[in-house]
Design a protein around this ligand. Sequence first.
Ligand code: ZN
Length: 218
Amino acid sequence: MRRRWWYGLLSLLALILSGCGGVQSGQQAVCTAETFTPNYVPRLERLLHWSGFPVSVYFVRDANYTELRQSFALQGFDQWVERSEMKIRYRLVDSQERAQIVVHFDPTTRDGLTEYTFRTNGQLVSATISIGVKGNSAVDIRSVAAHEFGHALGIGGHSDNPEDMMYPTFISGIPLQITERDFNTLKTAYCNLFMEGDASRAIPPDETLLHFTIRCGE
Ligand SMILES: [Zn+2]
């Protein structure tokens, strides 16, 4: 009886330390909407993830490509890299075939768009980001790129708080910043990267591919 009491106490301690509601001793921890708060996980249509980092990124060299636009876009992507202390990171590749995330610029709009292919277990296979560059504003290209990269990293939906980077619309000329809610939402998708200890995700093998598109802006 004495022994059972100790096990009970240890399980309770493990539960408190893990920070994951509902996780019992001996099971793998999986992050829920209660793990990293505040967040907007419950509002999302999907919360997806890449199997590991760095993810490979390719910028399409079409008529809308310029090195300057790429450098502004990368400054946007880098906001996530810096905020995650390099746990989230990417590498540039020189061919579309070798890329997990393909990026191109669209001069007909200021808004962005992200398309995904993913498995039913939530693991991303590929993503395509379109960054609106109408107006050619460095601030806006950076902001739209950061927002769309947030989608491409797995945030499948939008925040309902206008202060968050992942709110669907933005005000031209005002730089978007990653908020605590934005970052906690992303962290929930990468439990194994952002939690101490054995927090690896149990992912059943799954070959079914699904597609999903997020349109941003009006
Ligand atoms: Zn969006």
